[in-house]
Design a protein around this ligand. Structure first.
Ligand code: DOR
Length: 433
């Protein structure tokens, strides 16, 4: 079976160029003009669209096992495909925690046939309790490359040092492939009792605050430990301007550090919480306009490596609780690309780096995702009309939950087709199954 994508602008090895793409089986077999197209090929009209490497999300909560009423691997992967993703890293803060080889195997088995590749991350500590290391060696041997206690950071610095020392030794098992420690930076002794950013708005609203230092002090600690151990530390959902500056400095000093920011941390501020609507409650919290500006600068200058979603579905009734009792988290997979295209004044090549090639490299799946559109690459692609406008609606999403903070917002950038291993997962804006 062949797919012929014609009339679009491809993101190829030499940047943006006008070219058609021929896919046969699971590979791109040709790009250019006047390609020899097999008679039975499916023709896709990509006029006015970019044909880009499929997106990769380093940070999605698919909720399976344990909270399938909020999301399943199947529904999360369908939303991901609709958002232009061909791979997502599934967070291990499920019930039970994904902290053993058997649970990783279960997730991989459930994910077979899903509309995107699901890459399980495993916890760094058993049950994410911050006490005992998980069997990281065994997990690495079966292919796990990202370890994280996401939802919590590892509080004990001595344990974090041991995890880093252990992780650096694992490269003997992985054949040199990097093992990445993804940290949710939050010193719980500082954030305890807080439900939003600590600042002017938390004071006015009478809601307990989480200070920026609860993020930045853990970053400083982990940079010091990464410098000592040589481990690769990846900072998840960086929310503060100070954090961006810390990463900039650490990179300049040669520390092995990478970082992601979420869509909501570059589009929303703590002022949104003045509605008392828990749809705006998230960890780390929405911060100030100055933080948003610093994050945008970090995305532009290369300090920040990736845009991640932190897609965090929650059942509708739980987001009806009072602000201090509602669970933190927001949907992200189906709106992230459009928000990046609408809100960031970045060239499409940089958006693609941030949402595809950089996260693919960090997740260790760069052999099959995030590569330039050219012959010989795996056909993991997205066709996006960057100018087409649409309105975000939670109930229109494939997710089992509806907690988007962007309800009613009009954005530009519509995913028209997504191709996973040569097969259409999204066909003219509709999921294929
Ligand atoms: O807001 C959040 N929600 N932050 C996290 O770190 C975890 C996530 C969740 O699992 O709901």
């Amino acid at each position: 079976m062949s797919v012929f994508i014609h009339g679009g602008q491809i993101l190829g090895p030499n940047g943006v160029e006008r070219a058609d793409v021929l896919v046969t089986g699971s590979s791109i077999v040709g790009t250019g003009l006047d390609l020899p197209v097999p008679g039975n090929a499916r023709h896709i009209d990509a006029a006015g669209c970019y044909v880009m490497p499929g997106l990769v999300d380093l940070h999605a909560h698919l909720r399976e096992p344990g909270t399938e009423e909020a999301e399943t691997i199947e529904t999360g992967a369908r939303g991901a495909a609709l958002g232009g993703y061909t791979a997502v890293v599934a967070m291990p803060n499920t019930t039970p925690t994904i902290d053993s080889p058997s649970l990783v195997r279960d997730v991989l088995a459930i994910a077979e046939g899903a509309l995107c590749e699901v890459v399980p991350a495993a916890a760094m500590t058993v049950g994410r309790e911050g006490q005992l290391l998980t069997p990281m060696g065994e997990l690495a041997r079966m292919g796990v490359r990202i370890f994280t206690d996401d939802g919590r950071g590892v509080q004990d610095p001595a344990l974090m040092r041991s995890i880093m020392e252990y992780a650096t030794g694992l490269e003997a098992i992985t054949g040199g492939a990097p093992v990445v420690l993804a940290q949710h930076c939050e010193i719980e002794a500082l954030s305890a009792g807080g439900h939003m950013h600590e600042g002017e708005w938390s004071t006015r609203l009478g809601i307990g605050g989480q200070p920026s230092e609860s993020e930045t002090l853990m970053m400083l600690r982990d940079i010091a430990l990464a410098r000592r151990t040589g481990a690769h530390i990846h900072f998840q959902h960086v929310s503060t301007g100070e954090g961006v500056e810390i990463i900039r400095q650490a990179k300049a000093d040669g520390v092995k550090v990478t970082a992601e920011v979420t869509t909501h941390h570059f589009t929303l501020t703590d002022e949104a919480c003045s509605s008392y609507d828990p749809v705006f409650k998230v960890h780390p919290p929405l911060r100030t306009a100055a933080d948003v500006d610093a994050i945008r600068a970090g995305l532009a200058d290369g300090t920040i490596d990736c845009i991640a979603t932190d897609h965090a579905p929650h059942e509708p009734h739980t987001k009806e609780f009072p602000f201090d009792q509602a669970p933190p988290g927001m949907l992200g997979l189906e709106s992230a690309l459009a928000l990046a295209l609408t809100e960031l004044d970045l060239p499409i090549e940089r958006v693609s780096e941030l949402m595809s090639s950089n996260p693919a490299a960090i997740a260790g799946i760069g052999d099959r995702h995030g590569n330039p559109v050219e012959a010989g690459q795996r056909a993991n692609l997205v066709v996006v009309d960057a100018e087409s406008e649409w309105t975000i609606r939670g109930t229109a999403m494939a997710s089992r939950s509806h907690n988007t903070p962007y309800e009613g917002r009009t954005v530009k950038g519509k995913v028209r087709f997504t191709v996973l291993d040569g097969e259409l997962t999204v066909d003219d804006g509709v999921a294929t199954r």
